[in-house]
Design a protein around this ligand. Structure first.
Ligand SMILES: *Cc1c(COP(=O)(O)O)cnc(C)c1O
Length: 388
């Protein structure tokens, strides 16, 4: 045993990738409808990202956050412009971005004079695997065995605005609300209409921070650069990003409005690797490409197309309960847990994921084209025919 058995790995290893395709050591091609779990939005081996990494690696990989990092400043500026928020902190993963958000919310609570500040979170939420992030996560199987959990979280059902209102009214110690605009691991559940805006109003009424976890939904995945941008004029106070930001290099980001961001003064938070020159160069190449080629709009269009194909081919299938999602974050909800579907898809040359037991989660690269969408749908519907 050389690797800890934390993952139930499939019996395949890839040696090369290009666009939406991955190749194993025998040269066999696989259509990647998972993109490293919403990471490789621009596809594999995107030339602009590869070039940025190669060039930066030849200049400078790491200095320290004890010094200015101009690429980090440029990336922060770009993310602030794209998000409408005011300041950025860089880390190395989604869990770390949420951990920073939780710390920031507690500082905010203490500044407001709340001795034991709490954060409102939701059922089926996923926020990562560090101790506070897994406490915020609404999945017993992720928390089981890791008690005592972190105190200071209150949970209500996702999408239930009345429950959120009641919780905030009942407990003045709740100083922040943390929510995914579309729940990913929880089963590709988009927020019901009016839910996110309703949370904004509630947070304003209670002087609580609205914190969106867009680790999975962000960077074009939902068909907008950020999922909350589907709602005209809606802004959170705090935003966490990771997955798609580096197209595969590990980078996470926390963004916040100015008065909140100012709470992270010198010495309040930090990380050795966060926002180093190499990952920032890669992320800048990602954002430049996203903007120059309007990738979020492409994701919206191709997502619509994929959804229509799926609806046409699978909508009437007795096993299919619902097809839901936004942009290129789609879920085919089955009525029961499928039999070895991921393994059979792999045999058929298609990489998919099943989350929340019975939701086929499709997160292909945002650059997927029509022919590949047709192929994906073909393979998936053939596999499901065998299931019924
Ligand atoms: C993946 C994910 C995380 C955790 O990100 P890591 O980089 O794995 O720590 C947090 N929140 C959401 C919504 C995610 O999808």
């Amino acid at each position: 045993m050389t690797l800890m058995a934390t993952y139930a790995r499939l019996p395949v290893a890839f040696v090369r990738g290009e666009g939406v395709w991955l190749y194993d050591s025998d040269g066999r091609a696989y259509l990647d409808a998972l993109a490293g779990i919403a990471v490789c939005g621009l596809g594999h081996a995107h030339p602009a990202v590869t070039r940025a990494i190669q060039e930066q690696a030849g200049h400078l990989i790491h200095t320290s956050n004890l010094y200015r990092v101009p690429l980090q400043e440029a990336l922060g500026e770009r993310l602030c412009r794209l998000s409408g928020l005011d300041a950025a902190f860089f880390c190395n993963s989604g869990a770390e971005a949420n951990e920073a958000a939780i710390k920031l919310a507690r500082l905010y609570g203490h500044q407001r004079g709340v001795a034991e500040p709490k954060i409102l979170v939701f059922s089926q939420a996923f926020h990562g695997r560090t101790l506070a992030a897994l406490t915020a996560t609404g999945n017993f199987r992720i928390q089981e065995g890791f008690g005592p959990l972190v105190s200071g979280f209150v949970r209500v059902p996702y999408g239930d605005l009345a429950a959120a209102r009641a919780a905030l009214a009942a407990d003045p110690a709740i100083v922040a609300v943390l929510a995914e605009p579309i729940q990913g691991e929880g089963g590709v559940r988009p927020a019901p209409a009016g839910f996110l805006r309703g949370l904004r109003t509630l947070c304003d009424e209670h002087a609580a921070l609205l914190m969106f976890d867009e680790v999975q939904t962000g960077i074009g995945r939902s068909g907008k650069f950020l999922a909350y941008q589907h709602e005209e004029g809606l802004l959170p106070d705090v935003l966490s990003l990771a997955k798609g930001l580096g197209n595969g290099v590990p980078i996470g980001a926390l963004l916040a409005r100015a008065p909140v961001a100012a709470l992270f003064g010198p010495g309040k938070h930090g990380t050795t690797f966060g926002g180093g020159p190499l990952v920032c160069a890669a992320a800048l190449a990602v954002l430049e490409t996203m903007e120059a080629e309007d990738i979020p709009t492409q994701a919206a269009q191709q997502g619509q197309r994929l959804r229509e194909h799926l609806q046409r081919r699978l909508g009437g299938h007795p096993l299919v309960e619902e097809i839901r999602g936004l942009g290129l974050m789609l879920g085919v909800v089955l009525r029961r847990k499928p039999e070895r579907l991921v393994e059979r898809a792999l045999d058929a040359g298609l990489l998919i994921n099943v989350t929340a037991e019975r939701v086929i989660r499709l997160l292909p690269p945002l650059i997927i084209r029509e022919a590949e969408i047709a192929l994906l749908t073909d393979i998936l519907s053939t596999l499901l025919e065998d299931e019924s």
